[in-house]
Design a protein around this ligand. Structure first.
Ligand code: UGA
Length: 453
């Protein structure tokens, strides 16, 4: 919404939420305090906030005065009831649709921005088309058009992705509404990149894009394990296959497993849909992408234990990186969570560093409070947050790199080796370290996807 406000100064954009603290944070006079870390976002918000971008909790008034309403609420995986563990929980979408139906005036275009299961637009339409209030005096009841406009930005590169999108997808059968939304994007997106489809194709394309991206990661992670076993190098294999223009070079980096709020949720949704439509083989096919991802995360913890002579009980391990990828403070579904939990289960003492993730977030993710005392006694694992890499690495038996932050590419391994406990290991799951520097510093190195000669 900030980018729309930036590119279309003649359009007023009001972002509303029931959560007062969150809206207050977006209105914080200190622009550094806005609640999401995303490179370039502060500059966009500084330019637009108070000009034509507003953050507010007066939801009903904003709906009444809007020509277009974007529904951008979250749709977590259901944790109970029918479809638990796979289907999306649509309660917030439904609540939004009802609120829009109650307070809209005149004709309103309602746009699904949240990623939703296919045919959710039909639910939104059904709610909007049922009069939610009795007309007062001669009041004309509101009318609606529903569009699907899925978001394809990735965290960490969101502003760049929005300013130069590969495509913008608009699904809907009301040509006038589709044109109205396309006109907004046409202020900065070339018209050939604005794709128009029917509602269902648009909804499904979002799930399938994420499923294909995640599938590439599971594919290359499976190949990484095979490379380690055979003596091949996954970087060389990725380069060799990625230069085939039919395959392409992106999303071929092997890593500790994909994380983030979307891939797993969207594939689970797809699996649920396939089962619902009696396509069990298709469901099993996509489910395997998630299973391989879980296997990869478990494999990393297992490999570390194996390298440290079969036990990490009481040993100090530095975890570098907790965010699910670089350039974000988001930890949702981060592989670091399950890998850390596996290592805590094994009795390790973890010293966790991340340049952007807050320690309180790590505590929530590990569902364990931070402990500085009785580390390792009775074999139970403990963790603490280290505000610098040096602090994390001090006395460590091994360093495990889980996020590809740039600062981890520039570490002084000669100095770090001196403060580690020999024989010390570096396990690099993101290929950020220089192997020569590590071995010259007298450290043992394991890099994901590289077989021994
Ligand atoms: C993903 C998609 O890339 C976006 O197009 C989509 O809009 C978004 O989900 C969404 O549905 O909202 P995001 O989850 O922010 O974006 O981040 P990605 O860059 O896709 O990374 C996801 C995970 O895959 C990360 O853990 C990353 O480290 C991992 N990854 C990515 C790899 O392990 N290897 C790669 O080659 C690429």
């Amino acid at each position: 919404m900030a980018v729309i406000a930036d590119r279309c100064p003649h359009i007023d954009v009001t972002v509303v939420d029931l959560n007062e603290a969150r809206i207050a944070a977006w209105n914080d006079p200190d622009i550094n305090q806005i609640p999401i870390y995303e490179p370039g976002l502060e500059a966009v918000v500084s330019r637009t906030r108070g000009r034509n971008l507003f953050f507010s909790t007066t939801v009903n008034a904003a709906i009444s005065s809007a020509d277009m309403v974007f529904i951008s609420v979250n749709t977590p995986t259901k944790n109970k009831g029918i479809g638990a563990g796979q289907a999306s929980d649509l309660r917030w979408v439904e609540a939004c649709a009802r609120q829009v139906a109650q307070h809209a005036q005149g004709h309103t275009v309602v746009i699904e921005k949240s990623t939703l299961p296919v045919r959710t637009a039909a639910v939104i339409k059904a709610i909007l088309d049922t009069p939610q209030r009795k007309p007062k005096n001669n009041e004309i009841l509101p009318t609606f058009s529903v569009l699907s406009n899925p978001e394809f930005l990735a965290e960490g590169s969101a502003i760049r992705d929005l300013e130069k999108p590969d495509r913008v997808l608009i699904g809907g059968d009301d040509a006038a509404a589709v044109d109205a939304l396309a006109t907004i994007y046409s202020h900065w997106v070339p018209s050939e990149k604005i794709l128009r489809t029917n509602l269902w194709s648009s909804e499904l394309s979002k799930l399938i894009s994420n499923a294909f991206l995640a599938q590439r990661i599971s594919s290359i992670n499976s190949v990484a394990a095979l490379c380690e076993a055979t003596g091949a190098d996954v970087h060389e294999v990725a380069l060799a296959i990625g230069t085939d223009s039919r395959i392409g070079s992106k999303f071929l980096s092997a890593g500790p497993g994909f994380g983030g709020s979307c891939f797993k949720k969207d594939i689970l949704n797809l699996v649920y849909l396939c089962r619902h439509f009696s396509l069990p083989e298709v469901a099993d096919y996509w489910e395997q992408v998630i299973e391989l991802n879980n296997w990869q995360k478990n494999r990393i913890a297992g490999l570390l234990v194996q390298r440290l002579f079969g036990t990490v009980t009481g040993k100090r391990l530095a975890i570098l990186g907790f965010a699910f990828k670089a350039d974000t403070n988001d930890t949702r579904e981060s592989p670091a969570i399950s890998i850390s939990l596996d290592l805590l289960e094994e009795g390790a003492q973890l010293a966790i560093h991340d340049p952007k993730v807050d320690p309180s977030q790590i505590a929530r993710d590990l569902k364990k409070s931070q402990s500085h005392s009785s580390a390792g006694l009775n074999g139970e694992g403990t963790w603490l947050f280290s505000s610098t890499v040096v602090e994390a690495v001090q006395d460590a038996d091994a360093v495990l790199i889980l996020t590809e932050w740039d600062q981890y590419r520039e570490l002084n391994w000669k100095e770090l080796a001196k403060i580690m406990r020999a024989p010390a290991w570096v396990l690099d799951t993101r290929s950020v370290v220089d192997p020569v520097e590590i071995t010259e510093a007298g450290l043992h190195l394991w890099r994901l996807g590289e077989g021994a000669d």
